[in-house]
Write a protein that binds this ligand. Structure first.
Ligand SMILES: Cc1ncc(COP(=O)(O)O)c(C=O)c1O
Length: 448
């Protein structure tokens, strides 16, 4: 036993009112991970260039990235996590899975997503900027890459019910979409604050047949939705699969999500070569909530130190104010949602309420891989305030005719902070489109 987790008793009633304290266990041993094998089989020669020591930033055999990661779970979930841990690599790498997953990514999601050369943006920032257009995927963000993979995994493991959490609603919509396609019942947990600010996505989830369960604990955002989803999972461990939306949670979730999102990086390698003749960009840039689009963008370049990895987290009203979600800037080591990582917390270990204009970045933790990339200095992380993000969203809209999601706008806001050389090739992932954020953008019309 290494720590304690307070969790509501699931036997008493539907609303689980009683609080009990239960033990949580750290899972020490994992299966031997075949890390040198790419999940993806095509373009292998391109993927393997400059990645000789593949293990420095990848997950260890027992589920850690350096000091961060592991699986700190309540006893009731221990069996589920063990089952997943032993099954996932074999299933993800199987020919059957790959065939179905690849076919859906191509014909249902519309992959490969374009790598678009943004000429006016390039001109403004004095570099060659290419945008990886995850906003053009079916359902409007990168989240669908992961949702398809995890629901396929659930089916192959014989699970009959899907649950998920959502912040911005993009992961909820993606999961509800895949569940409609695969005829699986699904419940999505969403904080009431997020329900109010992302209403179009709530309606989409309902139309797709999902049950949207409003969460009214805490500040009613993503952290609280994850808590509630974990509670549900504790109550239905046998038949239910928890589709985790970001590179967070207990091992093996961060690795599952990273592998499923690595399609972004895989495509960048091929497309960049076709467009520029180069095998690597000088900069790779992505926003980080839990970190799934960022690790998907960085995946095949992690060991290639010619590439500077740049991330943006949500500063809210400033990373050194109480109104922030900048976990890397102002968090400290703790355990959140089953993983040892950086957490926004008080001196006595209570999780602080995060704050960001963007529902998808409004989370008090960070995927363990990003804690490791930041701690080792491999990635440079910027804290971007709400107003900087909104200005950057308006700028992309007016320069390139692309309305980005508020989450993606955070990484766009980093562009003016870097002194590029004219010859620099910059690949920046636009993780999603801004339709869901129109209500917020309306309030800032004067930023245009
Ligand atoms: C469009 C978009 N981008 C980014 C994120 C942040 O998630 P992650 O860090 O897992 O990519 C979200 C989360 O909801 C999102 O909807």
């Amino acid at each position: 036993m290494v720590a304690e987790l307070r969790i509501k008793n699931c036997e008493s009633s539907q609303s689980y009112p009683k609080l009990i304290t239960i033990n949580i266990y750290k899972i020490q041993q994992g299966p031997a991970l075949s890390q040198s094998r790419s999940l993806f089989f095509i373009h292998k020669n391109i993927l393997q260039q400059n990645t000789k020591n593949m293990d420095t930033y990848k997950i260890s055999e027992n589920g850690y990235y350096g000091d961060f990661g592991g699986a700190y779970v309540p006893e009731v979930l221990y069996k589920c996590i063990e089952e997943l841990k032993h099954a996932y690599i074999g299933l993800l790498e199987s020919d059957d899975f790959q065939k179905e997953y690849r076919a859906l990514l191509k014909d249902y999601v519309g992959r490969p997503s374009p790598l678009y050369e943004a000429k006016r943006l390039s001109n403004k920032y004095n570099a060659r900027i290419l945008l990886k257009r995850e906003d053009l995927n079916h359902t409007g963000a990168h989240k669908i890459n992961n949702a398809i993979g995890q629901v396929l995994l659930a089916k192959q493991m014989g699970k009959t019910r899907i649950i998920a959490e959502t912040g911005a609603g993009q992961h909820g919509v993606a999961t509800a979409t895949v569940c409609a396609l695969m005829n699986m019942p699904c419940t999505i947990y969403m904080g009431e604050t997020d329900i109010q600010r992302q209403m179009p996505n709530v309606e989409r989830m309902k139309m797709l047949g999902a049950t949207v369960s409003s969460v009214t604990s805490g500040n009613m955002t993503l952290k609280d939705a994850v808590n509630e989803a974990i509670r549900d999972w504790c109550c239905h461990p046998k038949d239910t699969f928890y589709v985790m939306g970001s590179a967070v949670g207990p091992h093996p979730y961060p690795d599952i999500v990273a592998r499923l999102q690595s399609i972004i990086s895989e495509e960048i390698k091929v497309q960049l070569h076709d467009k520029t003749g180069k095998d690597h960009p000088d900069y790779l840039m992505a926003c980080v909530g839990g970190g799934s689009n960022a690790i998907g963008t960085f995946y095949f370049y992690l060991e290639d130190t010619r590439v500077k990895l740049i991330a943006a987290e949500a500063g809210g009203q400033g990373w050194n104010t109480p109104f922030t979600a900048a976990t890397i800037h102002s968090g400290s080591v703790g355990i959140l949602h089953g993983s040892k990582t950086l957490v926004l917390q008080t001196a006595d270990g209570q999780v602080k309420e995060p704050f960001s204009i963007s529902a998808g970045l409004d989370y008090p933790g960070i995927g363990p891989v990003h804690a490791h990339l930041a701690q080792t200095g491999r990635a440079q992380v910027y804290s971007i305030n709400d107003d900087e993000a909104v200005r950057a969203a308006y700028e992309l809209t007016r320069l390139e005719g692309i309305i980005p999601a508020l989450e993606s706008a955070h990484i766009l806001a980093v562009l003016p902070k870097i002194k590029f050389k004219k010859s620099d090739v910059v690949v920046l992932t636009v993780s999603g489109r801004g339709d869901k954020d129109m209500q917020t953008f309306f309030k800032y019309r004067d930023y245009a």
